[in-house]
Design a protein around this ligand. Structure first.
Ligand code: CU
Length: 166
């Protein structure tokens, strides 16, 4: 019953948001201190390169990745969720969490990042982060990377993250 109620609340809210253009609710979510780890991408393969090596080079390029970090706060009375993100500088942006099991650090995708009501979540090295996979260009310190964040309630929020060499 609780679940159904939640679902209905969500549906009504969504309808309201669609009606009001979501402008007001967007302000309940604030993104601060966004930065992206600097990364150099070696693009370009010599024309004479045998096919196998070219394929390998293509795979290598695809493997260039970086991560974005930020603080997301929620001033609202309802929890919100970051559902997905995108940027023009990478093929994909994944929501990831780095965890430490004993001495082994591993990274796995998460379905969403929940921002509690009246709370905040910090995406930081060694924890939650956005994984920018398949970088299309060098990310040099001082560059600004546009990021589009999609929240369950707040909708789409566009930010710029500064590239930093950690
Ligand atoms: Cu990751």
């Amino acid at each position: 019953m609780q679940k159904l109620f939640k679902w209905i609340t969500g549906a009504v809210l969504l309808a309201l948001l669609t009606a009001c253009g979501a402008a007001q609710d967007t302000q309940t979510i604030q993104v601060k201190d966004a930065w992206v780890r600097a990364m150099s991408v070696q693009m370009g393969v010599e024309p004479e390169t045998p096919q196998g090596e070219a394929d390998h080079a293509a795979e290598m390029n695809m493997s260039f990745s970086s991560a974005a970090y930020m603080r997301i706060s929620n001033r609202g009375k309802k929890a919100d969720r970051l559902l997905r993100a995108s940027t023009p500088v990478a093929e994909t942006v994944g929501l990831h969490e780095t965890t430490l099991n004993g001495d082994v650090m591993s990274m796995q995708p998460v379905n969403y990042i929940e921002i509690p009501a009246n709370g905040q979540v910090e995406l930081k090295p060694g924890g939650l982060h956005l994984m920018l996979a398949g970088l299309k260009q060098d990310l040099n310190p001082g560059d600004r990377v546009p990021l589009q964040l999609v929240f369950e309630n707040a909708g789409t929020i566009k930010i710029e993250a500064e590239v930093r060499a950690p």
